[in-house]
Design a binder for this molecule. Structure first.
Ligand code: HEC
Length: 121
């Protein structure tokens, strides 16, 4: 109900400052979290960078995400943008911004409740 009424913002900040090599390392680590093929030497380096670059602050030490921040679980098979190394490199380098608009003014409470019931049924 709160998501429909107030909307949501999901902001993944850009991390271009890490440099192309470290970003590739982290991308390989991210792929390893969900069992996708990866370069294990890069993934080991990327694991350290995942902590030192602050990814853990939003995605958690285990990469399982933080719902309150809209930071997705990186260990499952669900991808907002795609799981290829190139896409993950792009996500880390440029960041991502997602927006679920607020519908309260348009729908009102009654329709908001009906839609919540429909979505959770
Ligand atoms: C300030 C919090 C924050 C930090 C720090 C952060 N992320 Fe994110 N990340 C997010 C959010 C929020 C999203 C979802 C964005 C959206 O909904 O469009 C996201 C999305 C992603 C995705 C896309 C997942 C998918 O399903 O396609 C990847 C990959 C990712 N982050 C990796 C990282 C890595 C690696 C780092 C560290 C270099 C990092 N993130 C740092 C908040 C963060």
């Amino acid at each position: 109900m709160q998501t429909i009424a107030e909307g949501r913002m999901g902001i993944m900040p850009p991390h271009a400052q890490l440099g192309a090599e470290t970003i590739k390392d982290v991308a390989n680590y991210v792929r390893s979290l969900s069992g996708l093929p990866n370069d294990s030497v890069r993934a080991a380096k990327g694991k350290e960078a995942f902590t030192s670059a602050g990814c853990v602050g939003c995605h958690g030490a285990d990469g399982k995400g933080m719902q309150a921040l809209g930071a997705p679980n990186l260990t499952d098979k669900v991808w907002l943008y795609g799981s290829s190394e190139a896409t993950i490199v792009e996500t880390i380098t440029l960041g991502r911004q997602n927006k679920m608009p607020a519908w309260k003014a348009f729908l009102g409470d009654a329709k908001g409740h009906l839609l919540t019931a429909y979505v959770t049924a």
